[in-house]
Design a protein around this ligand. Sequence first.
Ligand SMILES: NC(=O)C1=CN([C@@H]2O[C@H](COP(=O)(O)OP(=O)(O)OC[C@H]3O[C@@H](n4cnc5c(N)ncnc54)[C@H](O)[C@@H]3O)[C@@H](O)[C@H]2O)C=CC1
Ligand SMILES: O=C(O)C(=O)Cc1ccc(O)cc1
Length: 294
Amino acid sequence: MSSPLFKTVCFIGIGLIGSSLARAVRKHGLAEKLIALDISEKARTAALALSVVDQATDDPAQAIPEADLIVIGAPVGATQAVGEAIGPYLKAGAIITDVGSVKLAVIRDLMPSLPDGVTFVPGHPIAGTEHSGPESGFAELFEGRWQILTPLPGSDQKAVDKVVALWKGVGSEVEIMDPHHHDKVLAITSHLPHLIAYTIVGTANDLEGHMQQEVIKFSASGFRDFTRIAASDPIMWRDVFLNNREAVLEVLQRFTEDLTALQRSIRWGEGEVLQKRFTETRAIRRAIIDAKQA
Ligand SMILES: NC(=O)C1=CN([C@@H]2O[C@H](COP(=O)(O)OP(=O)(O)OC[C@H]3O[C@@H](n4cnc5c(N)ncnc54)[C@H](O)[C@@H]3O)[C@@H](O)[C@H]2O)C=CC1
Ligand SMILES: O=C(O)C(=O)Cc1ccc(O)cc1
């Protein structure tokens, strides 16, 4: 049997994503020992009870010195605190990666705490659900899904290659991207859709009593899809918006202009404008489905 990619992996934050990766690493034999470092006693207890990790602690001194790979899976707003907590304990040659939905802010907040000889390879799996916590994770989450990596210029290529091998080992396809570009792309494909879902479900919730009950009773599939997205973790998404501020505000500006244009067309009965727009968007959906099947 070939030797595993890493001896010891430490997952900082053993929630949905951290625990899914831990399960996948175990399933594919990519590491010998898995440790969870999490501030939540509930998450640590659940991760141990589910045998997702071999050891769980809230003390960096008990986890970081032996870790060859550290995966940060905490909300992105915790990155600076995580860096300050683990910085003094990192061993030379250790590799750090993360799964945060935002990349520039994570790089900004983590790098000052890292000693020489440690390589940070930022990452983001384009896979997830509206659930959180270690109970919600599953080993197959990343299979056939994109993993974006945004390595820093001049970083140790061997470390980057090992992180690429990790994600390929759990079934992902890997794409290398500039972190600034990542944040712009994800602002439109993921962050704005979540903001729209939070808004529409909030608007429905603010309707007068009887209307609100009817929204729940007669909820058509369109609204139901939004409620799934709007059930996503409030802390995680607060942090995404606060840490991808510029890119989200830029795309939101364009979105509100486009929405106002559609509003005008409805007001002035411009059916052909509406039909043209809806025909274009239908083609995008078909292109996405075709690309997946290819
Ligand atoms: N939920 C999703 O669908 C996806 C989430 N992500 C990213 O993955 C990261 C984790 O998200 P989830 O797993 O969904 O969250 P989660 O809420 O399921 O888990 C986060 C865990 O981090 C722990 N934590 C918080 N602060 C900490 C700290 N300072 N030190 C140690 N542990 C700490 C929490 O106790 C919790 O157990 C986020 O950065 C998010 O942007 C990326 C792709 C998909
Ligand atoms: O559940 C969904 O539809 C998602 O969009 C999951 C998701 C959430 C955040 C990410 O950064 C990546 C994927």
